[in-house]
Design a protein around this ligand. Structure first.
Ligand code: ARG
Length: 454
């Protein structure tokens, strides 16, 4: 494509080193779409006749069809998707094809293709996140009364509804969707017409191109437009965050599926066995999802490091943006889809979660609150409950088995009704504030999410 200036062949090692067709082939639908819009702008600028524009559009559609059918032959010597398609077009339709690259560089072309790709993928990822949220909501709905100990420091803290725990993740995935939606604002800007770096002496109607391609605006600095990869970094960050959220959920699922917790049972379809230990049922999906968060963060680091020292404007280093992007999108996609499937088939073992929640120490804070409501300052109430806890451990006697007299040894603010605090039901029902886990509040949240997620 640049043979004019060169006398010898490209080194075959360079061909191997520099090719991107092995991964950027997947930009083909966007390359075709972008070129068709570009041809319309060339026609408007008087560079192409109506017939030539038509020949280009139908030639490109034909090529798209062949790529989809798997009959198109990609050539490594043509480096990337842009040159593969352009060469195939020119071979087919002759001189009109050779005019297509007027007032365009692969620098603005690849920027356009990548933005179109990201826009489509953000929509798809958003749907996958919604799918993940839906299965968490559905699991909550199947077990609306299941209670679990809520933990801090992985030590039992206070009782919560299992649904409340699951809905915490629904909130996280909602923020992930918002982050992607926000990134889309920066993705959705049309760079074509920026040329190699300084636009072109052949002035194209960029706004018309933007409109054809569904972009609400065009980039306003040609140098920035060909070297900007911020929007990819933003997506990689948003996907790292999805990965980190999935990783935390994975850790919960792994704990819940252990014999020690035994809060959930995963289906056979979503677990694996051991080649040595016949009894094993391993939560590999959750472990892999947790593991993949590493590569997602790595992909973000890879891109940031690539961009960091680049002088303006386009440098070939930027070709290194695509593999991390594709990799993160691919791995997040399958992880979300599979995780949702696994949660759909998971069973909550309510008897076990109830037994775990029956630990009276989970209600120590509620008894402290009882004292506060009977006039004891919280710090003092906390101290009283600390002493009562020590007494309970020492006497090996649960709060529920103590007499009022024993309670009153520590504070005479205790009355008979203190024992009413000692059921999980009372403890949960009392937590009525916005965002707290009383059954009524959780039911409201479940309804809100069901409405929101459809
Ligand atoms: N394959 C290239 C990339 O992904 C396309 C742009 C090439 N531009 C250039 N001046 N060599 O970045």
């Amino acid at each position: 494509m640049w043979k004019g200036r060169f006398q010898t062949q490209t080194s075959s090692l360079l061909e191997q080193f520099g090719e991107s067709i092995s991964f950027d082939w997947r930009l083909y639908p966007y390359d075709v779409q972008g070129s068709i819009a570009h041809a319309a702008a060339l026609r408007k600028a008087g560079i192409l006749t109506a017939d030539e524009e038509q020949a280009i559009a139908s030639g490109l559609e034909e090529i798209r069809g062949e790529i989809e059918a798997g009959t198109f032959e990609f050539q490594t010597s043509l480096e990337d998707i842009h040159m593969n398609i352009e060469k195939a077009l020119t071979d087919r339709i002759g001189p009109a094809g050779a005019k297509l690259h007027t007032a365009r560089s692969r620098n603005d072309q690849v920027a356009l293709d990548t933005r179109l790709y990201c826009r489509a993928e953000i929509a798809r990822l958003t749907d996958l996140l919604t799918g993940m949220q839906r299965s968490l909501v559905a699991l909550s709905r199947r077990h609306p009364d299941a209670v679990v100990p809520g933990y801090t420091h992985l030590q039992r803290g206070q009782p919560v509804l299992f649904a409340h725990h699951l809905l915490a993740y629904v909130e996280m995935f909602e923020r992930d969707k918002q982050r992607l939606a926000d990134a889309l604002k920066r993705v959705n800007v049309m760079p074509l017409g920026s040329g190699a770096l300084a636009g072109s002496t052949i002035v194209l109607d960029r706004e018309m191109v933007a409109e054809k391609l569904g972009f609400p605006s065009v980039t306003t600095n040609s140098m920035d437009a060909v070297s900007d990869r911020d929007y990819i970094a933003e997506i990689l960050f948003a996907l790292s965050m999805v990965g980190v959220h999935l990783s935390r959920l994975s850790e919960d699922v792994i704990l819940w599926a252990s014999a020690e917790f035994a809060f959930i049972e995963l289906s056979d379809a979503h677990t694996t066995g051991s080649s040595l230990m016949p009894q094993k049922k391993n939560p590999d999906i959750a472990e892999l999802a947790r593991g993949k968060s590493g590569r997602l963060v790595g992909n973000l680091m890879s891109l940031l490091t690539t961009i960091k020292g680049l002088p303006m404007t386009y440098n070939r280093d930027l070709q290194e943006d695509k593999e991390p992007l594709f990799d993160s999108i691919d791995h997040v996609s399958i992880a979300l889809e599979l995780f949702a499937e696994m949660m759909d088939a998971a069973k909550v073992l309510e008897q076990n979660t109830r037994e775990a929640t029956d630990d009276p120490f989970l209600l120590a804070t509620d008894l402290a609150d009882y004292l506060v409501l009977h006039g004891v300052p919280f710090r003092e109430a906390h101290e009283v409950m600390g002493q009562l806890t020590a007494y309970s451990i020492e006497q090996n006697k649960s709060f529920r088995d103590m007499s009022l007299e024993e309670f009153r040894q520590f504070s005479n603010a205790f009355e008979q009704d203190a024992f009413d605090c000692l059921t999980v039901e009372t403890a949960l029902a009392a937590r009525q504030g916005i965002g707290a886990p009383s059954p009524a509040r959780v039911a409201e949240q479940l309804e809100r999410w069901e409405k929101l997620l459809g």
